[in-house]
Write a protein that binds this ligand. Structure first.
Ligand code: NAI
Length: 332
C-alpha cells in the first residue's frame, strides 16, 4: 500500500524502513498533519500519524475525500483522532496498543527519582565545582505511598518497579484488573493519601483536566505529581498556582497540554510565546521532558513493526481487534 508518513523524524524513517522490508511504498513527510498539509496524502491509501498530528473531523474528511482508507497511528494514545468522523467516513483507525510499556514506566520513575534526589540541580552544581548539599535533601522511596491513576499496561509496569522499591501502591481505575497485587481506592482517597501521584490513564472527556484546583486541594501538601500520559489531563494554571503556594512540592511532566507547538522541534533559537510553559520551566522543583518517555530502541522497533503489520493486515485480511480503535473504545 502507499502510505504517507506524517511528522517524520530521522529515527522514524530509520525504524520504519528497517521494519518495512519493501512491503509498502512509504512517503516520508516532515510536516505535521494539519488542515494545510492534509492534501499531501493525495495518491496514498493510508496515512501514518504521530501524537501531535491533527486528525480532526475536518482533516479526516479531507483524507477520506482523497481516497485514504486507513489511519495507522505510531502511538498507543488516540485522543487526537476524531473517531466519530472516522467511523462516519469508513476510515479504519489502527494503533500500537502496547509497544514497550517499560519504556514509559521507566521514564516515569526516572522523573520521580530526579525530582526526589534533585539530580537536575546536583548535575549543574557539580559542573560548576559547587559541591554543597544545601537544598538537595531527598526522601527514601521505600514506604512512601504512590497513587497510580490508570492501571493499564503502563500503569502496571510502573507499579511493578515501585513495588521493587518498597513503595505502598494504591490505584484508581474504573475498570480494575482482576489479579491486582495492589489496592484499588476511589479517586478522592488516592488524592488525599498519596505522597506521589502518577497519571497513566488515557485522555478522554472524563479525564480532561483531572488535575485541577479542586483535585489539588484534596492532595497532601508537598505532593509529587507526575504526568507521562497526556498533557490535557492537567490544567496548567492550576498546577502553577499549586507550585507557587507549595501545595505541589514536585512536578514531573513528559507531556504538556499545548505541546503540539513546542515538542519534537529544536526551538532553541526561537522566542517561545507560551508564557505558561516558560513559567513552569522556572521552578526548581519542576522537571519537564519533551514527550520522550516512549523513546527507546525497543519501543521504536516495536512501533515500526506493529504499524507496518497493521498496514499489511488491513490489505490482506483483518487487523487484530486489539489494534483497532473504535468509537466505543472506553465505553466498555
Ligand atoms: P491502556 O489502555 O493499557 O491503559 C489505560 C488504563 O486507563 C485502562 O486500564 C483504563 O481502564 C484506564 N482508564 C480509563 N479511563 C480512566 C479514568 N477515567 N480514570 C482512570 N483510569 C482510566 O494504556 P497504556 O498503554 O497503559 O497507556 C496509558 C496512556 O499513556 C496512554 O493513553 C497514552 O496517553 C500515554 N502514553 C504516553 C507515552 C509517552 O511517551 N509519554 C507513550 C505511550 C502512552
Amino acid at each position: 500500500m502507499r502510505v504517507a508518513v506524517f511528522s517524520t523524524k530521522s529515527y522514524d524513517k530509520e525504524f520504519l524502513e528497517s521494519a518495512n522490508e519493501g512491503r509498502h511504498e512509504l512517503t516520508f513527510l516532515e510536516t505535521r498533519l494539519t488542515g494545510g498539509t492534509a492534501a499531501l496524502a493525495s495518491g496514498h491509501d493510508a496515512v501514518c500519524l504521530f501524537v501531535n498530528d491533527e486528525a480532526s473531523g475536518e482533516n479526516l474528511q479531507i483524507l477520506a475525500d482523497l481516497g485514504v482508507r486507513l489511519i495507522t497511528l505510531r502511538s498507543a494514545g488516540f485522543n487526537h483522532v476524531d473517531l466519530e468522523k472516522a467511523d462516519e467516513r469508513n476510515l479504519t483507525v489502527a494503533r500500537v496498543p502496547a509497544y514497550s510499556p517499560h519504556a514509559v514506566a521507566e521514564h516515569t520513575v526516572a522523573l520521580m527519582l530526579t525530582l526526589n534526589r534533585k539530580i537536575h540541580r546536583a548535575h549543574n552544581r557539580v559542573r560548576e565545582a559547587n559541591f554543597s548539599l544545601e537544598g538537595l535533601l531527598g526522601f527514601d522511596m521505600r514506604g512512601r505511598t504512590v497513587g497510580v491513576v490508570g492501571t493499564g499496561v503502563i500503569g502496571q509496569a510502573t507499579i511493578k518497579i515501585l513495588q521493587g522499591f518498597g513503595c505502598h501502591v494504591i490505584a484508581y481505575d474504573p475498570f480494575p484488573s482482576d489479579d491486582a497485587d495492589f489496592q484499588y481506592v476511589d479517586l478522592p482517597t488516592l488524592f488525599s493519601s498519596s505522597d506521589i501521584i502518577t497519571l497513566h490513564c488515557p485522555l478522554t472527556p472524563e479525564t480532561f483536566h483531572l488535575i485541577d484546583a479542586e483535585s489539588i486541594a484534596q492532595m497532601q501538601r508537598g505532593v509529587m505529581l507526575i504526568n507521562t500520559s497526556r498533557g490535557a489531563l492537567v490544567e496548567t494554571q492550576a498546577v502553577i498556582d499549586g507550585l507557587k503556594r507549595g501545595d505541589i512540592g514536585y512536578l514531573g511532566l513528559d507531556v504538556y497540554e499545548e505541546e503540539a507547538d513546542l515538542f519534537f522541534e529544536n526551538l532553541s533559537g526561537d522566542i517561545i510565546q507560551d508564557d505558561q510553559f516558560m513559567r513552569l520551566t522556572t521552578f526548581p522543583n519542576v522537571v519537564i521532558t519533551g514527550h520522550q518517555a516512549f523513546f527507546t530502541e525497543e519501543a521504536l522497533s516495536a512501533i515500526a513493526k506493529t504499524t507496518l503489520n497493521n498496514v499489511s493486515d488491513f490489505e490482506t485480511g483483518e487487523i487484530p481487534e486489539k489494534n483497532i480503535v473504535s468509537v466505543n473504545q472506553y465505553r466498555r
